[in-house]
Design a protein around this ligand. Structure first.
Ligand SMILES: [Ca+2]
Ligand SMILES: [Ca+2]
Ligand SMILES: [Ca+2]
Ligand SMILES: [Ca+2]
Length: 244
């Protein structure tokens, strides 16, 4: 009986481990990085892997299309990094969303509306910006967001390192611990010149129909978990809690 109880306890323990990075929520810690296309300064971040078959346009394998992404925040910027596996880098189609590109989606007030409000934004950054001006990237969506981005080629694909202002004409985001915003990321994979993109990968589990561009109910959550806003009283409460 005691053994069964132990096994049950183990099963419960494993089953209640929160799947916080499974496409439902990303816990965003505090950190500051330099936007230069080098992700060595992201060592303390939590990278999430989005495999080749996650999204509405799955690829044959991870080498063709997959990516890791991570998010950090400080008092001024939301930083987003993409480390993309892609065997063929291509840009130049008629529509930018058919080119190699990533899309970042933000619902700043987290009201999850079916139509976009002013606080809801798609920010699109493409491979056409490889080697481009970091301070003035050629965004194909979210052009008035104030986003800066470095896009560089790598041995296995390409990297996007971006910083989005916490204050602009769309929002003022205060990254207090516990605050939640709507968030999603996509990768459009274009491998063949002409026509459309070949693959479409999506992180949010809710975006099963590639509708994030016009419907914020498809976004997942991003929760700020950093200590920048921890009040002295909060620290005291944690201390008392651990003593008890
Ligand atoms: Ca960097
Ligand atoms: Ca590819
Ligand atoms: Ca909103
Ligand atoms: Ca590609």
């Amino acid at each position: 009986m005691k053994g069964i109880v132990c096994i049950l306890a183990l099963v419960v323990a494993f089953s209640i481990v929160p799947a916080v990075f499974a496409g439902t929520n990303y816990n965003c810690p505090v950190g500051t990085v330099t936007i230069d296309g080098n992700l060595a300064d992201w060592a303390g971040a939590e990278f999430v892997f989005v495999p080749h078959d996650k999204g509405t346009g799955p690829a044959p394998d991870d080498a063709d299309a997959s990516f890791d992404f991570a998010v950090l925040v400080d008092n001024d910027w939301l930083y987003v990094a993409f480390d993309i596996n892609d065997e063929a880098i291509n840009a130049g189609e008629t529509n930018n969303y058919q080119d190699d590109s990533v899309e970042i989606y933000i619902d700043a007030n987290h009201d999850r509306t079916e139509a976009y409000g002013n606080d809801d934004l798609q920010i699109a950054i493409g491979a056409w910006d490889i080697g481009g001006d970091i301070q003035n990237p050629q965004l194909s969506a979210g052009t008035d967001s104030g986003t800066i981005a470095a896009v560089v080629e790598t041995a296995n694909g390409w990297i996007v390192e971006a910083a989005i202002p916490l204050s602009n004409s769309h929002w003022t985001i205060v990254p207090s611990a516990g605050t939640v915003i709507g968030f999603n990321v996509h990768f459009n994979d274009d491998d063949v010149v002409g026509g459309t993109r070949e693959n479409k990968l999506i992180w949010s589990d809710l975006d099963v129909d590639d509708q994030s561009w016009q419907n914020t109910t498809r976004f997942a959550d991003l929760t700020f978990v950093g200590a920048t806003s921890v009040e002295p009283s909060g620290k005291l409460a944690i201390t008392w809690g651990s003593i008890k």
